[in-house]
Design a protein around this ligand. Structure first.
Ligand code: SAM
Length: 318
């Protein structure tokens, strides 16, 4: 059916993210020794502005994520929604920032693929086994359940089944919890993404939500971005919520979150540690500075929090 084709095109977007990250790390934009196991080859060259865009995305999201984990002294949960082939579990373990438990959710077909990679590559499976204490590790074709890392196959548009599956994997609603969604909500209708962030707010008393995705999509450049995706059968069903930084924040403020902030990626880029930005800018020559600016102005990080335990979550920022 049409909707199967549309979902298949959305699932394929995680391979794009992985090959772009693989390429950028091969050029030393940042370090990720695990991405190689999820993308067989470095693949064709990506334009310098794409590499810098991914750099800003990865650094920006990690900055907020790590700040939350440090605030809670690792006594927290991370839930990565639409995680695709993301390697955050291994990074956090290597940096001694592993939360009590990290959950990932994606479509069952994507999860099956990720689990296959984990099962067949010891550098991926060993760190999971190393932090697992009991003998109950479950690693079948569609689920991974270990003490510190769970991968769950579910459709994020079906909240009751999502809630049920996460509870089955021993999600703890009492523990401070940080959600991540990177280029995920835009594939859902505004009401589906609102339901999801509402569920997140009502399930946890102390939580943060970090969302990275498109913004300022009403202008000419935004239209071109939409058309490029449509050419690949990919509909941005949620583009309405990506009109402006305010509409991004609104989605959270209307659904039970106490505090919300949003910055476009040009601003985030200018707030990243400047020595590292200078290093990155020496890696590849970029003559189209304006193209980079336009690209970064059309993505944003929006983060929201609620803080019953008064951890100071509303102060987390760049
Ligand atoms: N977050 C990852 C990253 O940044 O590398 C992957 C990003 S990829 C562009 C979008 C991911 O969201 C895909 O893996 C896709 O399968 C997942 N996704 C989109 N809609 C979903 C839904 N309704 N249920 C579960 N996963 C979904």
């Amino acid at each position: 059916t049409d909707s199967d084709t549309a979902d298949e095109a959305v699932r394929a977007t995680c391979d794009d993210a992985t090959t772009c990250k693989r390429f950028a790390t091969s050029k030393s934009y940042w370090k990720d020794p695990y991405i190689q196991y999820f993308a067989r080859s470095v693949g064709e060259r990506k334009a310098p502005e794409i590499n810098r865009g991914y750099y800003a995305r990865v650094k920006g999201v990690n900055l907020l994520l790590d700040a939350f984990i440090k605030k809670t002294d690792c006594r927290c949960q991370v839930i990565n929604l639409g995680a695709g082939l993301d390697t955050t579990f291994w990074r956090l373990k290597d940096e001694n920032l592993l939360p009590q438990k990290l959950f990932e959710v994606d479509f069952p077909a994507v999860v099956a693929k990720k689990i296959h990679y984990i099962k067949t590559k010891p550098p991926l499976s060993k760190p999971i086994i190393d932090v697992h204490s009991t003998d109950s590790l479950l690693l079948d074709a569609h689920n991974l359940e270990s003490d510190r890392y769970c991968i769950v196959g579910a459709d994020l548009r079906d909240i009751s089944s999502l809630d049920e599956k996460l509870k089955k994997f021993h999600l703890n609603p009492e523990l401070p919890t940080v959600f991540l969604s990177e280029c995920v909500l835009v594939y859902m209708t505004p009401s589906q993404s609102s339901n999801l962030v509402h569920w997140a707010a009502e399930t946890f008393h102390t939580a943060m939500f970090i969302d990275y995705e498109q913004v300022n999509m009403s202008d000419r450049f935004g239209q071109v971005m939409i058309e490029n995706l449509q050419r690949r059968q990919c509909t941005l069903a949620g583009v309405e919520a990506c009109r402006s930084l305010d509409s991004q924040k609104e989605r959270f403020l209307r659904t039970g979150w106490e505090h919300a902030d949003a910055l476009d990626m040009m601003t985030v880029y200018s707030m990243l540690p400047q020595e590292d930005v200078a290093r990155v800018e020496r890696l590849e020559f970029l003559d189209e500075k304006e193209l980079l600016q336009q690209l970064l102005q059309h993505y944003c990080i929006c983060w929201a929090s609620k803080d019953k335990l008064s951890l100071g979550l509303s102060q987390l920022a760049f």
